[in-house]
Ligand binder design. Structure first.
Ligand code: HEC
Length: 247
């Protein structure tokens, strides 16, 4: 009996799956997003930069996007608002205003504020959620490694745009670099990028790709932060072109 029920349920899922796939095919995604090369595609030798060392924290690539998204929103620590004279929009501004002591997170105001337990003092201030453990860990490790302004080429290993998944690739990136502004609570961009449905709706209108690719018809994102690497943009484009699936 149970087996029959499972078989019926699975049959329903398969039917539902094929119906929803066929309805996706009619969606004019290909008309909106420029074609993306979906093959594994190593860049020409002469464009290869320094590959990123997984043990090193890179400021522009990893730390700045977290600060831009969670702290440098309008009204907080952007250049115009500079609350408490702290501006978190570039390496120079962070080093000049956030009291960072290289090699010593606990002596660094930046680190103390994000790990504070007093709700009146912690940054970001409630109702914004605190940074998550990965983000705090990354900022702490960057300070421990000397709070340097190191850079690397995240595309140096080539770019594999096949099988880009929502849960494994797209969502973690948005959570880390966009959710501070496009979060569930009072999003400054006017809309959230928290759930699959949120992301799918801006993906299928072409806004998501236009914004990250810095197409002049859209507002460039992440707002106020460094543009994403070419490979990252192409991977998101490939996910959208494949129907922006919840995979
Ligand atoms: C510092 C705050 C901030 C961050 C970080 C941010 N956004 Fe935005 N976003 C905004 C604001 C504000 C708008 C409204 C348009 C404007 O003012 O530029 C917006 C608009 C958008 C739009 C609509 C663009 C258009 O022209 O239709 C998209 C799509 C978008 N953001 C995606 C993202 C993504 C993806 C990220 C992460 C890579 C991101 N945003 C990071 C603040 C931000």
């Amino acid at each position: 009996m149970i087996r029959i029920l499972v078989a019926v349920a699975l049959g329903g899922l398969v039917l539902f799956g094929s119906l929803s796939t066929s309805s996706c095919k009619h969606y004019p995604v290909e008309d909106i997003i420029p074609p993306v090369d979906t093959t594994t595609n190593p860049p020409p030798e002469d464009t290869l930069g320094t590959p990123c060392d997984p043990n090193v924290v890179y400021f522009d690539l990893q730390v700045l996007p977290i600060l831009i998204s969670n702290c440098a929103m309008p009204g907080c620590h952007d250049v115009d608002s500079h609350q408490e004279d702290v501006v978190l929009t570039s390496y120079e501004n962070v080093m000049n205003t956030a009291d960072v002591t290289p090699y010593d997170p606990n002596e660094s105001k930046l680190y103390r504020m994000i790990t504070e337990t007093d709700p009146d003092k912690i940054m970001p201030q409630p109702p914004q959620p605190p940074l998550n453990a990965d983000q705090i860990g990354l900022i702490g490790k960057w300070i421990l490694q000397g709070a340097q302004d190191l850079s690397c080429d995240p595309d140096a290993g080539g770019c594999d745009t096949t099988n880009v998944s929502f849960s494994g690739y797209v969502l973690p990136l948005l959570q880390n670099q966009c959710k501070g502004c496009h979060g569930a609570v009072n999003p400054v961009g006017g809309f959230s990028l928290v759930t699959y449905q949120d992301v799918k709706s801006v993906a299928l209108t072409g806004q998501l790709y236009g914004a990250i690719a810095h197409d002049p018809a859209y507002s460039p994102m992440p707002k106020g932060g460094p543009q994403w690497s070419d490979c990252r943009i192409r991977k998101i484009g490939a996910w959208i072109n494949a129907g922006a699936q919840d995979n």
